[in-house]
Design a binder for this molecule. Structure first.
Ligand SMILES: N[C@@H](CCC(=O)N[C@@H](CS)C(=O)NCC(=O)O)C(=O)O
Length: 218
């Protein structure tokens, strides 16, 4: 059985979406963020020592695997259970592009967004050092989100213009971007976000996953 260890309002929502797209059988083990600290509860550390979500456990066919990192989890599910869906064939240009975008989401694009989020929480007394970083953070945010926006010019999806695991992985970037930038400033990214939100599988995943602050507002 595949089990997604899922934290509310988190990156693990993407894994539920992927599993719904593939119509696979899976279980959700739910964890709730602490109301004061917003951190994951200690029970998640009992599953994997970092205590971060998502974690995927796979006990199918005698396996006893625990996998972390959303990109690795997306790729694992597609390679083992996707039956060729949402994953370009190895050896093709599309496969190379898929790998690049899959890694890019958590490897590069997320960093300035997280820095923005964290520095926005600094208290006024700490703010002076935070302010010094803002220009750099804003430049990096524009650079990375601009790159994504440009890559979507004239296409609906990032790889070969059909939905792949890379789009699912990048959806979280598109979803939190409006928290940091005016939502209409990156038109292609904003349309991409709407496209993700309009998928029936995305909607089903939302119903199953519970609280998710970055989904559709309607
Ligand atoms: N790069 C990791 C990031 C994992 C991560 O930081 N997850 C956050 C949720 S979005 C988390 O578990 N936060 C709770 C905590 O740090 O206690 C991935 O993509 O899986």
């Amino acid at each position: 059985m595949l089990t997604v260890h899922h934290l509310n309002n988190s990156r693990s929502q993407r894994i539920l979406w992927l599993l719904e797209e593939l119509e696979l059988d899976y279980k959700i083990a739910s964890y709730h963020r602490d109301a004061d600290t917003n951190l994951a509860p200690p029970e998640l550390e009992a599953i994997q020592q970092l205590g971060k979500s998502p974690v995927l456990t796979d006990t199918t066919s005698g396996h006893d695997r625990t996998i972390i990192e959303s990109g690795a989890i997306v790729d694992y599910i597609l390679r083992h259970y996707g039956e060729g869906r949402l994953l370009p064939k190895t050896g093709t240009e599309e496969y190379e592009a898929y790998l690049q975008w899959l890694h890019y989401a958590e490897g590069s694009a997320i960093l300035p967004l997280m820095l923005k989020l964290y520095t926005s929480r600094l208290s006024p007394t700490q703010d002076e050092s935070g302010a010094a970083l803002q220009t750099r953070i804003n430049d990096e945010m524009q650079r990375h989100l601009g790159y994504l926006d440009q890559a979507l010019e004239g296409v609906d999806w990032f790889v070969g213009n059909s939905l792949s695991g890379a789009d699912i992985q990048l959806s979280f970037i598109a979803e939190i971007a409006p928290l940091m930038l005016p939502s209409d400033s990156m038109t292609n990214l904003s349309l991409f976000r709407q496209r993700c939100h309009s998928r029936p599988a995305y909607r089903r995943a939302l119903e199953k996953g519970g609280l998710y602050a970055y989904g559709p507002s309607d």
